[in-house]
Ligand binder design. Structure first.
Ligand code: ADP
Ligand code: MG
Ligand code: MG
Length: 872
């Protein structure tokens, strides 16, 4: 028979998967002999069973729980429902990972009218008993029956008003008794039956509520954001009560063993006397700081301090603890590794190393790579932010804080940005043509689009703050309305790209501060990781930024991004609408020096590190003019009739451009494009190599969207013929590599053949995901939400690599590719290259490097080190 229930004394800290974080730590503290009110934990497997059994608690599990109540009665010498000596318990949820959004704790369970009356007489403290009782009814109704807590608060406020008092503490026993009565009445009105008086019935109601809360929308959303699988389930802790509300020598509090905001050593916390449970955090009275406890009760403070030190030494990390004092006696109710700001995380990790508590490997492993982002971008001045109220909230699309004057067009943003003004670009959504304006804006706000929309992806790549998908915005003529106010061009607003908050005022920002602690941890990370970290960069500026963040090369340079610059778009348009090879070659000749110049800049910025340049990839029509005036202008420039040009544009229309005439297909139809790009890549490399004889430049030319080895061979021949001729003529001994993207499932499945023609593979997991799932990144936002709701998918496969399906293609390609060519270089260049869980997958799959946008490079360095340590 499976064991589903464990006394605290039966478990320990290593049983986190089974007992949840809270349960495992209660067991561990029990084992350490600390003062923990005793109880038992119902395992996460019981929760999984609950769902497997159609949301029912199986009879065998029920029996075990009842059995353990018996054991707890014996242990405490109290009895469930016994008026003379009642066992009262708390019911607390706790999953493997700490998860806000789960069910609230229920305290004082086991009370009913009989218990209350006898207990009041016995303790001689009816005020305490009725206070506990009314709290129990309130919490139980709210949590178990979902009656809603607002009405209970109203009743309390009414009572205070009637009595002419302000503070909860001024209500006497009779008032609280009356409140309890009113609460029960409310319960009956809403639910249609009496408030349960049988403690066992109360207990199972509470346990079911914990299991149910695992699947409430808040919890589901939180899991998706944090990569927590839904089959983990939650444990339930049933623990005998201790009372912080027994009078003035009782109290409750929370404390951290170090400052969670700064990382400074020393106890940090708050407590309240004569209070219970969450009173401290709920802010019903102003709490005292932990220092005041030292003055109030030095003996107890010392005892607490000693426990804190022991816990830190034991867990070797900063602890976040909850405690209760019952008539002068200290009880520990929880401990866990405390959440902390990014700055504190780095300081604490380094301090722990210096204190000899952990080694540098542990320091590298204990920092959440996602937190790094916050350190690399400007933040709001905390004092200035304190006085501000958000006017709306969108998606936290790209982190950092921004403050500037509202502009509505990319042109305006670029013009004013170049003058050194701070502007925020506000758009319905962004398109590739907005790139320049996005670059010069301090922040970007869009009404439409999700976390992987154009605005979000581009902004993250640039490291520009972005809030996307704020649907409440309505646009006027050069104005927008939000939160009941209208903002005109030139008005100041502020964005928080880490929370999604938008403020209708200027809030000061302070630049990112990458301190010494950060540097130390990153140095250790670089020592431990085995995968290289490259960057996706299209301009020398991005390349430089990425180098500053520690990139060791470029994994993807997208040549097309260079074509959107205003002075180039006309040349590329000319190339596209060309009718003959000669015409096209003459247009390409105009592009050649521009591309060569770009590549020289990029090689220079990368200081000799490897650079992978991808040949032209997107469907050609993306470059064509849409505005009639642009069409007319282009026609004039090319000496064409407008009508004839319109016909060309029309002919380029595609029904499904993402699967249309793009990638290497462009070079198959127009080999002169690939030839020109190869020339630019090789000539630039020769020029830069001459300038830096100490470097050993080996450009990597990447052919996109290959699905068949013959297609790769055809385009590769264009590349090698061109490159070899130029190199021979130059007299410089330049090596270069030719490889391909693996982004079409057919390429992955035939990777053994593809590898005969490729010196490297780079997994283009954006397209690979798109083509494997059969839906596009740009359209998926419309329906993925329904898939999450219906539990078909748990998260966005474009943000987190689908290790089951897409992952199988990657693994297949790795295996087949190495079979043919054991020296083949393998990397990833999709958005996933900067996602920690995907990076872990890359490590396990045996890739040589990951490549990601510049601002994610430090995240990738840390995540790669963690992956190496975890899988080493
Ligand atoms: P959360 O996960 O939201 O922190 P907890 O389960 O830790 O919820 O419970 C919240 C608070 O309830 C605790 O900090 C503690 O003050 C109080 N509490 C829980 N169980 C008990 C108990 N057995 N005796 C006294 N107080 C308790
Ligand atoms: Mg807690
Ligand atoms: Mg692609």
């Amino acid at each position: 028979m499976t064991k589903y229930v464990y006394e605290f004394s039966e478990g320990d800290g290593s049983m986190r998967n089974l007992l949840g974080g809270k349960g495992a730590n209660l067991a561990e503290m029990t084992g350490l002999g600390m003062p923990v009110p005793q109880g038992f934990t119902i395992s996460t497997e019981a929760c999984t069973r609950y769902y497997a059994d159609g949301e029912k608690i199986g009879d065998d599990i029920r029996e075990q729980i009842v059995d353990y109540i018996g054991k707890l009665e014996e242990l405490t010498g109290k009895k469930f429902g016994d008026p003379e000596n009642p066992l009262l318990v708390s019911v607390r949820s706790g999953s493997r990972a700490s998860m806000p959004g789960m069910m609230d704790t229920i305290l004082n369970l086991g009370m009913n009218e009989d218990v209350v009356a006898a207990f009041a007489a016995k303790t001689g403290n009816p005020r305490f008993v009725y206070d506990s009782y009314r709290r129990f009814i309130q919490m139980y109704s709210d949590v178990v029956m979902e009656v809603g807590k607002a009405y209970f608060e109203e009743l309390i406020d009414e009572m205070k008003e009637r009595k002419g008092v302000k503070d909860d503490l001024e209500l006497d026993a009779d008032d609280l008794k009356e409140l309890a009565r009113q609460f029960k009445e409310e319960y009956k009105t809403k639910i249609g039956s009496d408030f349960p008086s049988d403690p066992i019935e109360q207990l199972f109601g509470a346990i079911r509520a914990v299991f149910r809360s695992w699947d409430n929308p808040r919890a589901v959303y939180y899991r998706r954001l944090n990569d927590i699988p839904s089959d983990w389930g939650t444990a339930v802790n049933v623990q005998s009560m201790v009372f912080g509300n027994l009078g003035d020598t009782s109290g409750t509090g929370v404390a951290f063993s170090r400052n969670p905001a700064t990382g400074e050593p020393g106890l940090y916390g708050e407590y309240l006397m004569n209070a219970q449970g969450e009173d401290v955090v709920a802010g019903i009275r102003t709490p005292l700081t932990i220092d005041q406890l030292k003055a109030q009760n030095p003996g107890l403070y010392d005892e607490f301090q000693e426990i804190v030190t022991r816990l830190e030494n034991h867990y070797r990390d900063m602890q976040d603890m909850e405690f209760t004092i019952e008539e002068g006696k200290l009880f520990m109710l929880q401990t866990r590794n405390g959440k902390r700001t990014a700055a504190a995380a780095f300081k604490i990790a380094c301090d722990l190393v210096d204190e000899g508590m952990i080694d540098s490997k542990k320091a590298v492993s204990m920092i959440d790579p996602k937190q790094i982002d916050a350190l690399l971008h400007p933040q709001f001045d905390q004092a200035d932010l304190a006085g501000a109220t958000p006017i709306g909230k969108g998606l936290p699309a790209s982190p950092g804080a921004a403050c500037g004057q509202v502009v509505f067009t990319s042109e305006e943003a670029a013009e004013r940005g170049k003058r050194g003004e701070d502007v925020v670009l506000v758009r319905l959504e962004t398109t590739p043509e907005d790139i320049e304006g996005m670059h010069y804006a301090k922040g970007i706000l869009t009404a439409r689009g999700g976390m992987t929309s154009h605005a979000a992806v581009v902004a993250r790549g640039m490291g520009t703050c972005c809030v996307s998908g704020l649907g409440d915005i309505t646009f006027g003529v050069k104005s927008f309305s939000l939160g009941g106010n209208t903002y005109n061009e030139g008005d100041w607003i502020s964005l928080d790209g880490s929370t999604g908050n938008v403020y209708g005022e200027a809030i000061k920002t302070v630049p990112a501060e990458i301190g010494g602690y950060f540097g130390r941890i990153m140095e250790w990370a670089d020592e431990y990781r085995t995968m290289k970290v490259r960057t996706n960069a299209d301009t020398p500026l991005d390349a430089q930024q990425a180098r500053d963040f520690g990139a060791e090369g470029i994994g993807l340079c997208r040549t097309e991004h260079m074509f959107f610059e205003p002075d180039r778009i006309s040349a590329i348009r000319e190339m596209i609408v060309s009718k003959s090879v000669e015409q096209r070659e003459s247009a390409l000749a105009k592009l050649l020096p521009m591309q060569r110049g770009d590549f020289e800049g990029i090689y220079e910025a990368m200081g000799g590190y490897p650079v992978t340049i991808r040949l032209l990839d997107p469907p050609l029509h993306e470059f064509l003019p849409h505005e009639h005036s642009d069409v007319v202008a282009l026609a004039r420039q090319m000496n064409m009739e407008t009508i004839a040009l319109e016909a060309v544009i029309e002919s380029l229309h595609e029904f499904n451009p993402m699967m249309g005439h793009r990638g290497c297909r462009l070079d198959v139809t127009y080999p002169e494009i690939g030839a020109m790009q190869t020339r630019a890549i090789i000539e630039a490399a020769i020029n830069v190599q001459k300038r830096h004889p100490e470097w050993d430049l080996v450009p990597e030319i990447m052919i996109p969207l290959v699905g068949e080895v013959k297609e790769l061979a055809f385009v590769k021949k264009i590349v090698t013929d061109t490159a070899d001729a130029i190199i021979a003529e130059s007299g410089v001994d330049l090596k270069y590599l030719v490889g391909t993207m693996i982004e079409i499932p057919r390429a992955a499945l035939t990777a053994d053949e593809i590898a005969t023609e490729a010196q490297f593979f780079s997994f283009g997991t954006n397209d690979l995901t798109q083509m494997t799932f059969g839906f596009s990144r740009d359209d998926a936002g419309k329906f993925l939400e329904s898939y999450y709701e219906k539990k078909i998918y748990e998260n966005d496969p474009f943000a987190r690599l689908d290790q089951v399906g897409v992952g199988k293609l990657v693994e297949t390609a790795v295996k087949l590719g190495r079979q043919t060519n054991p020296d083949i270089k393998l990397g990833i260049c999709g958005e996933h290259g900067g996602d920690p869980s995907s990076i872990d997958f890359c490590q396990r799959s045996g890739l040589n490097y990951v490549s990601c946008s510049p601002f994610r490079v430090p995240i990738a360095r840390l995540a790669a080190a963690q992956a190496a340590l975890a899988n080493g």
